[in-house]
Design a protein around this ligand. Structure first.
Ligand code: ATP
Length: 219
């Protein structure tokens, strides 16, 4: 069995994440893909206004529901949110290896994460435990960006399995930009409907919609 592991702050999860996840799952022939909302990401500071972990988990579950309707074999793994301290990928991979001793693991990530992979905690161990599949976040992220890092990682960590892919029709958006858009009543186009509706209902990210005016699809 091939298992994909796709972690992120998912604050909130958006169509960019989903589009990449769906395409990578297809291309790698994944039998299962776990979306993993990070508790405390090691590489960034979460703003005080970041919704509670339960909200990020719930939004990720709603996105997974939407993805599973496209036949993507997706599940959500909420363990990182329950752990104390920072969420290190190497620890999550160890937990997966224990649970799935025989299966092939693939770690999915966008350009920004791929380019800093050698600076994460225990990069050599990460690359022993899983293959890495990296995808561009914007149209500009092509071979010129990926190739040097791919070669560097392969040379530095013998036996590393690395795939770099181009996602067709990717959604060029970040959660940071989306949080700004949501606060001024925009951003709907970058979110699955159920996640957008949840954000409005829970008044997350500075939204203050009049719920009576919303359509059924948003509620
Ligand atoms: P923020 O703007 O808050 O830093 P983000 O949009 O980068 O958030 P994360 O949850 O930190 O989202 O990202 C999780 C993973 O998804 C990372 O590997 C990141 O590179 C990747 N990713 C984020 N946005 C996109 C996108 N639009 N297309 C493809 N991959 C993406």
């Amino acid at each position: 069995m091939r298992i994909g592991i796709y972690g992120g702050t998912f604050d909130p999860i958006h169509l960019g994440h989903m589009c990449a996840a769906q395409y990578a799952a297809e291309l790698l022939h994944l039998d299962r893909l776990y979306l993993i909302p990070a508790g405390l990401p090691p590489h960034k500071h979460l703003a005080d206004s970041t919704p509670a972990p339960e909200h990020r988990l719930h939004m990720t579950e709603l996105a997974a529901d939407a993805l599973s309707r496209t036949e993507c074999p997706v599940e959500v793994w909420g363990e990182e949110l329950r752990q104390e301290g920072k969420s290190y990928t190497v620890n999550t991979l160890r937990a997966f290896r224990e649970r799935y001793p025989e299966e092939e693991l693939w770690l999915l990530m966008g350009t920004d994460m791929f380019l800093t992979l050698h600076q994460w905690r225990e990069p050599g161990r990460i690359l022993e435990l899983a293959g890495v599949c990296a995808f561009g976040r914007t149209e500009a992220d092509g071979e010129a960006v990926f190739a040097p890092q791919r070669e560097f990682l392969r040379k530095t960590y013998q036996g590393a399995r690395i795939a770099t892919i181009t996602v067709p029709g990717l959604a060029d958006v970040s959660s940071t930009r989306l949080r700004e858009l949501l606060a001024r009543g925009e951003g709907r186009d970058f979110l699955p409907e159920a996640v957008y509706g949840y954000i409005l209902r829970e008044k997350l990210y500075g939204t203050h919609a009049d719920l009576k005016r919303l359509g059924l699809d948003e509620l």
